[in-house]
Design a protein around this ligand. Structure first.
Ligand SMILES: Nc1nc2c(ncn2[C@@H]2O[C@H](COP(=O)(O)OP(=O)(O)OP(=O)(O)O)[C@@H](O)[C@H]2O)c(=O)[nH]1
Ligand SMILES: [Mg+2]
Length: 392
């Protein structure tokens, strides 16, 4: 019995095997079809998780060019943002300054000797700088002599061309405050009330925000209130202030601050100095001493000497620049209070007369109101709307 049942089982199993295999194969095929359909349904756009990358997504096959376009548009956006800041900062210069006034002078008039004289008056008051004015006026007078009809567009195109050259020749607007100086030292000088302390506060905030370890040195030891004001800015910026005793020797406070900067691994030391009367010989001598002592404390320092000038001073700001340049090796200008003046053209006079680059512009009292100077954005904004002058 046992043997016969065994003999029967094996052929039955052999007979059943193909049927089971066929069933299994059909089930596997069905599973594959279901999986394929599910995959297709999940890949429809409405079912995709937002922002989820998909391996064969079209974005991966985009040509390199589109990346370039994205980078370029980010740069464009940054420029637009800067134009917005400058539009506010240059609002007075644009509405009350030389560009709109000369536009009004032209009106529907033809260019003649009388009109050139009127234009001269406006240009000279615009604090554009003597050479710039002369160049523009020479061109206008030559046009009158030749009987050429000149409209404001030709004048603005000529100003733009000349201004481009002057600003390029004045040097780079980039601050030389690289970490590799270990620490970089920025000395800030300028007359009373020009905006040194405010500028230092804004810079400290910016650099600290970029992850740099910033120390501020209270080199204006004459007024306790000056140190307190600096302290408030440092607290806002979240950076330490190195202060000496009241009436301490400014050079010794700066020396100690730089020693501390080196010992404690700071990568930027910003030195405030007294708002001195630039006509006072002793005070200028002292500024020279601070410069020397800073150099002794750290070879190669100061890496930047920023002269803070108040734009509302117009041509007087240029005279101040001359005096400060004699005392210390000024490397660039921070031009403050552009928002409060129609004399924005003074940027050109400084670059032309002093050969010094404007590196920063102040366009208000808030933290973000100190901007890197960009010559192209500046000229675009200054001449925006003046016929034929737009380059942006
Ligand atoms: N509207 C405007 N005001 C500014 C700007 N920069 C500075 N100020 C103001 O100018 C005034 C003087 O600024 P301070 O930073 O104290 O000038 P300072 O050079 O340190 O002056 P002293 O310490 O007296 O030598 C303050 O009321 C600032 O708020 C700017 O870009 N725009
Ligand atoms: Mg001050």
């Amino acid at each position: 019995m046992h043997a016969s049942s065994m003999a029967l089982t094996v052929p039955v199993a052999q007979a059943l095997a193909p049927v089971e295999l066929a069933g299994l194969a059909a089930a596997a095929l069905l599973a594959l079809v279901v999986a394929w359909v599910a995959w297709k349904v999940l890949r429809t756009p409405q079912n995709r998780a937002p922002g989820r990358p998909i391996s064969d997504d079209a974005t991966r096959r985009e040509p390199l060019d589109s990346q370039t376009v994205q980078v370029r548009s980010a740069a464009d956006q940054a420029r637009d943002r800067e134009r917005q800041f400058l539009r506010g900062g240059l609002a007075k210069t644009r509405s009350e300054g030389f560009v709109s006034r000369i536009g009004q002078l032209f009106g529907g008039r033809q260019l003649d000797a009388a009109l050139v004289d009127e234009i001269e008056e406006v240009l000279l008051r615009a604090d554009l700088g003597a050479r710039t004015c002369k160049k523009l006026l020479d061109e206008l007078r030559a046009a009158v002599q030749k009987g050429q009809s000149t409209d404001p567009a030709a004048l603005w195109a000529s100003l733009r061309q000349h201004a481009d050259k002057i600003l390029a020749a004045a040097g780079s607007a980039t601050l030389n405050l690289d970490r590799s100086h270990g620490p970089a030292v920025l000395m800030v000088v300028g007359v009373n009330g020009s905006g040194k302390t405010t500028t230092i506060g804004k810079l400290a905030h910016r650099f600290a925000g970029e992850g740099r370890k910033v120390l501020v040195a209270a080199g204006d030891t004459y007024r306790a209130a000056a140190v307190d004001q600096l302290d408030v800015w440092c607290q806002r910026a979240g950076v330490p202030l190195h202060r000496g005793k009241d009436q301490a020797d400014p050079a010794s406070v700066c020396f100690a601050a730089i020693e501390r900067g080196k010992a404690e691994g700071f990568d930027l030391v910003i030195v405030d100095t007294a708002g001195r009367l630039h006509t006072n010989h002793n005070l200028m001598e002292e500024l020279k001493k601070v410069g020397r002592v800073v150099g002794k404390a750290h070879g190669g320092a100061p890496h930047e000497v920023l002269l803070v000038l108040d734009a509302t001073m117009g041509q007087n700001a240029v005279k101040q620049a001359e005096l400060f340049k004699e005392a210390v090796a000024v490397t660039g200008i921070a031009l403050t209070k552009l928002d409060g003046t129609a004399k924005g053209g003074v940027v050109l006079a400084i670059a032309e007369t002093m050969g010094l680059p404007v590196k920063l512009v102040g366009v208000g009292e808030k933290m973000q109101d100190l901007r890197d100077f960009d010559a192209q954005v500046f000229l675009d904004t200054l001449l925006e709307g003046a016929a034929g002058a737009d380059h942006g």
